[in-house]
Design a protein around this ligand. Sequence first.
Ligand code: ADP
Ligand code: MG
Length: 291
Amino acid sequence: MRNEILGDEAAKVREAKLERRCTTRLRREKGRKLSKMATEQSFFLIDDLHVEIEGNEILRGVDLSVKRGEIHAIMGPNGSGKSTLAHTLMGHPSYEVTAGQVLYNGEDILEKDPNDRAKLGIFLAFQYPLAIPGVSTLNFLRTSLKAVKQAEISAREFRKHLLEKMDMLKISREFAGRYLNDGFSGGEKKRMEILQMAVLEPQLAVLDEIDSGLDIDAIRAVGEGISSIMHPEMSIVIITHYPRILHFVKPDYVHIMADGKIRQSGGFELAEELEAKGYDVLLKEVMLASS
Ligand code: ADP
Ligand code: MG
């Protein structure tokens, strides 16, 4: 009897999953038609994105529309789903998209693997950058650039490109020869992520908590570095828990995420309001206003 009930439950879950997949496929069909229209308005469009990890729904319908030349900040309390969004955008295999679509330059990227997304010009800076002992920063970055651009770049040409970016970001040239992130401080690792972004010249950068664990001087260095890379053809989505870095990377739009969904959007003043009130008070007000 118990097994029958459990079997019934399992069948229901399977049915629900199947239904969601069908809906997703229908949405993607619709998305293809929408895509041309959407691109004219938004360079990067997230539409009703639902994501599960091990059967638990973490993202519950995220919408975001980003034009070229815009910086969007996504803020939210711990556990609200910010990193889940970043990992899903990069195509991490543990995250299952159950509904919604993500259009980049008119193309649905959800079916593409992480390498192809990078080749399209999408860059993700990780919250916890990895160290690669035995591989110099210079060699790592040259290999990454060759993979992304799908072209040969001579050692000499690359060195010039790298040193230019290092000087621009005020990173000591000595780092080029050191093993990537091996023994680097938290701040140095985050600056290496920014250097990687400068070298790869992406069109869309998603930066997940690039400021976490940094002191105020390191936050300023990272923030000013990001601002110096930004240009009118590029878009940045900066994910952060704390408003501090946004004083150096002035976002055009600020979104507050809670419980897997964007609950409030506004301009820079929303980050200032959050700074003054904190998440608890601000989110209570948002919930009250929407009920
Ligand atoms: P944030 O970056 O906003 O702090 P996360 O996206 O890391 O939030 O996490 C959102 C929720 O998803 C949390 O409740 C977290 O416990 C859960 N979660 C994140 N990664 C995993 C995972 N690999 N397996 C199971 N649950 C996870
Ligand atoms: Mg996170």
